[in-house]
Design a protein around this ligand. Sequence first.
Ligand code: G3I
Length: 338
Amino acid sequence: MKKIIIAITLIASIFALSSCGKDTIAKRATKKDLKIGTAFASDVYDPEGQERIKEFSNIIVAENIMKWANLRPNAKFWNWSDIDNALKFAEENNIDVKWHTLFWHQQNSNFLYNMKTKEDAEKMMDEHITTVMQRYKGRIKVYDVVNEMFEENGSFRENIWYKLMGEEYLAHALTVARAQDPDAKLYLNEFNNECVGHPKADAMYNFVKKLKEEGVPIDGVGMQLHLATDLPFEPDKIRANIRRYAELGIDISFSEIDVRIPASKFNDPAEIEMQKYIYTTLLDIALTEPNVKSYIVWGMYDRTSWVPATFPNYGNACIYDVNYNKKEVYEEIFNKLK
Ligand code: G3I
């Protein structure tokens, strides 16, 4: 009997050590019906990056390769290969892929600025949605249809689509997208839209409510959540906002989370604690508000994070450090998902 018990224990330990048997954040989140993951860049193509993605993610999002300038740098050429390779890796590992983003005011291709009329814009928009969504129908399950459509004061951002089509470009894009793939989840994605009472957050809520009332197809709102340890963090206002969306039947994605630390305080225990507190409080919210469907960190690790290039006096915003070492916050997320 003793020998049998030893043999069973041995087999169980070997299984636990192999990657297929390893308990991971990705597996724990899947059991809790939460999509968790990261934006990917080159890490999706290198073995170490792939291992980290597999242990952390059951959903991934392209940081850049699905934006116009990368996907369609000129009117005739579509660069599918990077996307196809990433999708192949994801599918082999049972990881969902979110499309980011069909329309945005940044990283557009130059030829888009040749459009002159509403008809030009509609035609271009329809062609883009149709080409992408027909190609990936049933494989890409979530889309950021439009990214960053509001200004901080709550007015519409005057991007190239707004200038030619007016506010209706948003309903148009959503409607055409739904027709292409009725099963895909359609999101509008934004930053600084998480706290009830903020002009942009309220404008977005009112706009989404209007879309719902008019029967425009929309499934969710992305809250990017690019946060900092030295700026206000107001979880009660975030919860209140999420709940008013729940009443509309709207899902929420925590779509681009990162928590940057001032460079002068990288080793300050209080800042590190604050970063942990923000990441884990957001996870608490995601686990307790049923309409929060995903918790996505913007970048796997600090080496490729967009933060230092944009905020020169900040950094260390991700879950893994510059060498792919797990920070303490990783363990906290792992434990919270138990
Ligand atoms: O690929 C070119 C490379 O060929 C060139 O040599 C190099 C020179 O600057 O630029 C490279 O492109 C850069 C690209 O990232 C890939 O690294 C662009 O200049 C740079 O602007 C781009 O920044 C991205 C930014 O969006 C603008 O598209 C960031 O990586 C990406 O993290 C950031 O992501 C956005 C989300 O899409 C929307 N929400 C905010 C978030 C952060 O800004």
